[in-house]
Design a protein around this ligand. Structure first.
Ligand SMILES: [Zn+2]
Length: 470
């Protein structure tokens, strides 16, 4: 067990509190939080946190490490990707174990456990991504939940590869409702996409910008409404991953306000800070931001910020799914449909949301902590083990310097990818020390993360409603 640590006189911020004090860590857990804990801290390593924020370790509920996809694999594995995560203040991730057609859910979980174990430096959990739901595979759901995988992902897009139909989606919702899980969905209208893509290609419209034109905001809105409608009939909450636009947000609001039906929504920094004009960049550069759903308009960004402020969007994740520009993205030159979908971002969630959220007065410091950590912990069954600073919780702690300025660049990034989605973005505020279960992963700005430190987090069953995170 690691040595006890006393974090002295930092500004401790949780989802609901904000005060200056000490945190005492022993045997990987937080044992006390208070005004002056020196007397209790015999033999502890003392860390001066004056002038720093002391916040719960970040939880990124949406990552794709070592993901085989579109004929290649995402360029970060569980080691490099989680080092980048730790560098950015994220101490837990929830990655997606993706079922292969014709295979079982158990097979997928075995494969992902193998990818992560002994490599990850931050703690990890899995969403079970269901792609092949039938009488045989649905019988696996109780065992999957029993194993601590209590959330399920479905794709309403990627027809013929990952997509489930509405009937399968509805059946899954009914089953997990009984067993204490939650279904999350990638909401896009697959039929519309599959009609537009070949049409554009036939018309010679092959540049990255046509990816965005094929993945319409209206189609995303329609699918979001359909997902929520099924969830209302099933009488169980659902969670919309990477929501990008007002068209989709509208239905989330409608569900929560008019129908009083609980729905959770997640968005990502790229949808808040980048817009579709970037696809017009010359020399195929727009391919760097080819992801599904794609970047939207500046108006959509404003709608998302308002949605966060008003409590309709409860979590910020990254959808980190990096592919190198050279050697991976470029297979789609001359055919946008072949560009691997995804972009890097696991490292920059916290500094971007602090700089462009907190410092721009769009969100409070408490709201920042909720979005980064507390809400994903609550929704996905990790609270109060994670997501807060309180006695009994895991000592996953970030010391965040609110004054430290930086410029995001691929040159200094720990992500294993040959570009950054946010190249040139100025940031103010970043993690200077990061602790996971009482062990330093980052100290004095240097990575100290021991390979394989990360452990699988067995998550509790879903019991909540959206009231718990609004
Ligand atoms: Zn994703």
């Amino acid at each position: 067990m690691s040595k006890a640590k006393l974090i002295r006189q930092g500004r401790i911020v949780t989802a609901t509190e904000d005060f200056t004090g000490d945190v005492l860590v022993r045997d990987g857990k937080i044992v006390a939080v208070g005004q002056d804990l020196k007397a209790m801290a015999d033999g502890a390593e003392v860390v001066d946190a004056k002038g720093l924020l002391v916040i719960p370790g970040g939880i990124d509920a949406h990552t794709h490490l070592d993901l085989p996809f579109m004929g290649t694999s995402s360029s970060d594995d569980f080691e490099t990707g989680t080092i980048a995560a730790a560098n950015g203040g994220t101490t837990s991730i929830i990655d997606f174990a993706i079922q292969s057609l014709g295979k079982s859910m158990g097979d997928a979980l075995n494969v992902w456990h193998e990818k992560a174990a002994g490599k990850a430096v931050v703690d990890y959990a899995f969403h079970m991504a269901v792609t092949d739901l039938n009488d045989r595979t649905i019988a696996e759901v109780p065992g999957v939940i029993e194993g601590g995988v209590t959330s399920f992902k479905t794709f309403m897009a990627y027809k013929g590869a990952l997509m489930v139909d509405d009937g399968q989606l509805f059946r899954l919702m009914e089953v997990v409702k009984k067993l204490g899980g939650i279904v999350t969905m990638h909401a896009e209208n697959a039929e519309l996409i599959e009609t537009l893509v070949p049409r554009f290609l036939k018309e010679g419209k092959t540049d990255p910008v046509w990816h965005e034109r094929a993945h319409t905001a209206i189609g995303e809105g329609e699918a979001t409404n359909r997902a929520i409608s099924l969830s209302r009939v099933a009488g169980h909450p659902c969670y919309i991953v990477h929501l990008t636009c007002d068209e989709a947000l509208h239905h989330v609001k409608d569900s929560l306000t008019r129908h009083r039906h609980p729905v959770f929504a997640e968005t990502c920094p790229q949808y808040l800070l980048l817009d579709r004009e970037i696809y017009e960049k010359p020399n195929f550069e727009g391919a760097k931001w080819v992801m599904s759903p794609p970047l939207r308009t500046k108006n959509d960004q404003e709608a998302l910020w308002a949605g966060i402020r008003d409590g309709f969007i409860q979590t910020i994740a990254t959808d980190h799914c990096p592919f190198n520009f050279h050697g991976q993205k470029d297979v789609g030159k001359g055919n946008f449909a072949k560009i691997p979908n995804g972009a890097p971002g696991i490292e920059n969630r916290m500094n971007l949301m602090y700089t462009y959220g907190v410092l721009e007065n769009r969100i409070s410091l408490n709201r920042f902590v909720q979005l980064m950590s507390t809400n994903p912990a609550k929704i996905f069954g990790m609270y109060p083990q994670k997501g807060t600073i309180a006695p009994g919780s895991d000592a996953d702690i970030v010391l965040f310097d609110p004054k430290k300025e930086n410029t995001i660049s691929v040159k200094t990034s720990k992500q294993r990818c040959d570009y950054s989605s946010f190249e040139g973005f100025k940031t103010k505020g970043e993690p200077v020390a990061v602790m996971s279960r009482g062990e330093w992963l980052l100290k004095e700005g240097k990575i100290t993360a021991p390979k394989g430190h990360g452990k699988f987090v067995k998550r509790a069953r879903f019991t909540g409603t959206s009231e718990m995170v609004r």
